[in-house]
Design a protein around this ligand. Structure first.
Ligand code: SF4
Length: 227
């Protein structure tokens, strides 16, 4: 387990930019996985403002919406100081990585094969001591206790843990960030197209992920195989 190095006592009033700056100073080898949701786009912009010039790592599951891939490309054009890495680039539903319809019959196994394992393999190769992550507490009740800094196999730094969706939207609007257009159609959290629907009024931001399948996380940030 990687120890947390003298993490300051961040509070609900902490500026996310200060949390990112601490992450870059304490963990110069920090890496940033991203799926380019609203949270991720805001964190990416904050990271650049804090001086991050490393990699942004995205896993192509083969089931991404075209809008998500286009958002990645718009971000890559906007932030040339970053290196955008796409793992399993060009994956597609019939590539044989998983059985047909596994996303329906065994979504945990599908996520493990198409999302978690590729990223785990990459991280074993790169060996970063920490990851920048964009989760926030108000995305779902299961995320209500996310700390700013988590110990684990790698330290996870969550600068947006305390920000609300409204704060994220305001930041994105004020900085004219390239948000996935599906967001504005109610896809407040965008994953793979077979496993994502628009959110209904009153639902939390992640209610459209694996709806009706008894699953709330892909396994990257929770569960036995978490990063
Ligand atoms: S989100 Fe759905 S399609 Fe994507 S990897 Fe997980 S189960 Fe498979």
């Amino acid at each position: 387990m990687t120890a947390v190095q003298n993490s300051p006592a961040f509070t609900p009033d902490s500026d996310p930019l200060d949390v990112v700056r601490w992450a870059l100073a304490a963990h110069p080898d920090v890496l940033m996985p991203s799926a380019f949701n609203l949270n991720g786009v805001v964190l990416l912009d904050l990271a650049v403002r804090a001086g991050y010039t490393g990699e942004v790592v995205f896993v192509d599951t083969g089931f991404h919406f075209p809008e998500t891939l286009a958002t990645r490309d718009r971000l890559a054009a906007r932030y040339p100081e970053l290196t955008f890495v796409t793992l399993n680039a060009g994956a597609h539903p019939d590539d044989g990585q998983t059985a047909p319809e596994l996303h329906r019959t065994g979504p945990d196994a599908c996520c493990a094969a198409r999302k978690v394992q590729p990223l785990q393999a990459y991280l074993r190769q790169k060996q970063p001591s920490a990851l920048l992550n964009a989760r926030s507490r108000d995305q779902a009740s299961t995320r209500a206790d996310i700390p700013f800094v988590e110990a684990g196999a790698r330290v996870k730094v969550n600068p947006l843990a305390h920000w609300t969706r409204e704060q994220l939207e305001t930041y994105a609007s004020e900085h004219d960030l390239p948000v996935n257009p599906l967001y504005f159609d109610g896809f407040l959290s965008v994953g793979c197209w077979p496993c994502t629907r628009a959110v209904r009024p009153g639902e939390d931001a992640r209610a459209g992920r694996w709806a009706g399948q008894g699953k709330t996380e892909c396994g990257l940030w929770a569960g036995a195989g978490r990063l």
